[in-house]
Design a protein around this ligand. Structure first.
Ligand code: DC
Length: 233
């Protein structure tokens, strides 16, 4: 069966390790399907930036109790940016797309995302944002916790050297002074933290399709996606 634009909307959950190109792939799928795209990693990064700005991070350590006490004052939303043709993330009314992608935020985000109250708040927000089908959401727990009944689940992985190079080019492209060694250390630490945390650890849902995109261009990944879409009943 061939997928057609008049078919009923579905929910697409994309999970996997950091720097595997999840968001790039998810954004491309959303454009192809005419769906909304929600980058949940950006939401955890925005909470981390909020904690840093409000003094709940000191010497690289997160004061979980202080952050939890301020969570009600935190507002996160996405607003469509016509010039980019994509949504930007806003923290308490300020556009923070660039500010959330620094290495300082990356270094603290795993700790922030392991705080149960943070996850409860963001999962509820994600479920609210995706309550209408026609959405592509990427993260670590979308197919297992946020949308366990998603019609299509994809779990992404790639070789470490490929992941490091992608993140290196991305950060360098934004003018950040960072080495490949720093990036690899950060990615390895986040892999361990993401898989070992007590609440919603990163794991492949039993019904998620595995995609290793180490040697695949985005165009080839889209071909793979269209094939999988045609297989949906
Ligand atoms: O996708 P990313 O690298 O921008 O995500 C940033 C961090 O947020 C990542 O280290 C793990 C965390 N995260 C999470 O715990 N759950 C999600 N659904 C998405 C991200």
């Amino acid at each position: 069966m061939e997928w057609r634009p008049d078919m009923p909307d579905i929910t697409i959950a994309i999970d996997g390790f950091s720097s595997c190109g999840k968001s790039t792939f998810a954004r491309e799928i959303a454009a192809y399907m005419g769906y909304r795209f929600i980058d949940t990693g950006a939401m955890y990064r925005a909470v981390t930036l909020f904690a840093m700005r409000r003094g709940a991070v000191g010497m690289g350590r997160v004061d979980a109790a202080a952050l939890v006490a301020m969570l009600d004052e935190m507002e996160i939303d996405f607003r469509f940016n016509p010039s980019r043709g994509a949504s930007d993330i806003y923290l308490c009314g300020e556009m923070v797309e660039g500010a959330i992608r620094t290495i300082e935020v990356s270094n603290c985000v795993s700790e922030v995302s392991s705080i149960p109250e943070v996850r409860t708040k963001l999962v509820a927000l994600q479920q609210q944002m995706g309550r209408k089908s026609g959405v592509v959401m990427d993260g670590r727990d979308i197919g297992t916790v946020v949308f366990p009944h998603a019609e299509l689940k994809i779990f992404m992985t790639a070789e470490m050297s490929v992941r490091v190079e992608r993140r290196y080019l991305e950060l360098r492209g934004r003018g950040e002074e960072v080495s490949r060694e720093q990036i690899e250390r950060n990615i390895r630490e986040r892999d361990i933290a993401d898989q070992r945390r007590a609440v919603s650890p990163l794991r492949r849902a039993d019904d998620a399709l595995l995609l290793d995109n180490s040697c695949m261009t985005l165009a080839r990944q889209m071909e793979w996606f269209r094939e999988r879409l045609c297989e949906l009943k």
